[in-house]
Design a protein around this ligand. Structure first.
Ligand code: BDR
Ligand code: CA
Length: 313
């Protein structure tokens, strides 16, 4: 099968960084048309810079990186330095990137790419707040029908929230954008915390990254060690969840995941549950299913795939 054409929309973030590396290491499965940065884990000037750092680390400085929206559609930006550190990529010291940032706005790149490709041939892979994607849909409604699929990291149901008791970070930061995306009618695959909390960086898995004996292996091990400290303390787990690489792993090996096609609505009104992804897992309403909401992961298979692919870089 020909590789799937994708746009990675991202707010790196150590786990975003690993997702980008996995995609760039897998040309037989995905062609990365571009990487669009969005404000999220840290402000936009850092997320776009981090995206370029990661592409250079992968040895792919020819990758097109764009800066998108710097604030959510209707709200003030909430960031997550408490998890990812001040730069968003805290851990080992990284040199500033030398590859260029594209002049075009990330939203316009998304619009132009969908307009210039045949309908049903471009998949969107959001790994951060959905601001860029929803803004593109509002600005150019004609592109909505052209999207092949959206495979995103965001939301939580049984696992509940990580930024508030009810909400997962990516959806909480821009719930209005998430509402637009989930109402778009596009086929959506969701990697919620219910799944990503099984993608845990145990000692053995981090040792396997280091054992690659490459710069990429050392960097991923160091990033996950940094990123881990927060989740270990919070959840008492052996490691931290590698959330965003689940999106790319799904495109490569979908049978690692299982879920249900259900209705998912986004809470935008309540202060208490703002950004909650209300998934009708038990199908107790007659609301139309709009998303494949994943619920489980073959974690050993996931880490085997990730390690094997990172070894190529
Ligand atoms: C999500 O929020 C960010 O901190 C991570 O990069 C991931 O995309 C997890 O809630
Ligand atoms: Ca992210």
């Amino acid at each position: 099968m020909a590789p799937r054409k994708i746009i990675i929309d991202t707010d790196p973030g150590q786990d975003d960084a690993v997702a980008i590396l996995l995609a760039l290491a897998s040309p037989e499965d995905v062609t990365v048309l571009g990487v669009t940065a969005v404000a999220g884990n840290v402000p936009l000037p850092l997320t776009e810079k981090n995206a370029r750092i990661v592409c250079e680390l992968a040895g792919k400085p020819e990758t097109l990186v764009f800066a998108g929206c710097d604030v959510p559609m209707k709200r003030k930006l909430v960031t997550a330095e408490h998890v990812h550190g001040k730069t968003g990529l805290d851990g080992p010291k990284m040199d500033d990137p030398t590859m260029p940032l594209q002049a075009q706005h990330g939203v316009d790149f998304i619009i132009e790419t969908l307009r210039t490709h045949d309908a049903g041939t471009v998949t969107l892979c959001p790994l951060g707040p959905l601001t860029n994607i929803a803004t593109a849909f509002e600005k150019a409604p004609d592109i909505v029908d052209k999207v092949q699929e959206i495979v995103l990291m965001g939301g939580a149901y049984f696992e509940v929230g990580n930024i508030t008791p009810a909400a997962e970070f990516n959806i909480y930061v821009d719930p209005e954008a998430a509402k637009i995306v989930f109402a778009s009618g596009i086929p959506i695959v969701v990697m919620p915390l219910d799944v990503t909390h099984h993608a845990l960086t145990t000692h053995a898995r981090v040792d396997a990254f280091s054992a690659l004996g490459t710069k990429v292996g050392d960097m991923v091990a160091a990033w996950t060690n940094f990123f881990e400290r927060f989740d270990k303390e919070k959840y008492g787990s052996e490691g931290a969840p590698l959330h965003d690489p689940c999106v790319i792993a799904y495109l490569i090996q979908p049978d690692l995941f299982e879920g249900r096609h259900v209705n998912v609505e986004i809470e935008t009104q309540s202060d208490l549950t703002l950004g909650m992804t209300v998934a009708d897992w038990w199908r107790v309403t007659d609301r139309k299913p709009n998303a494949m909401f994943m619920g489980s992961l073959n974690a050993d298979g996931f880490f085997a795939l990730l390690t094997e692919r990172l070894a190529r870089l």
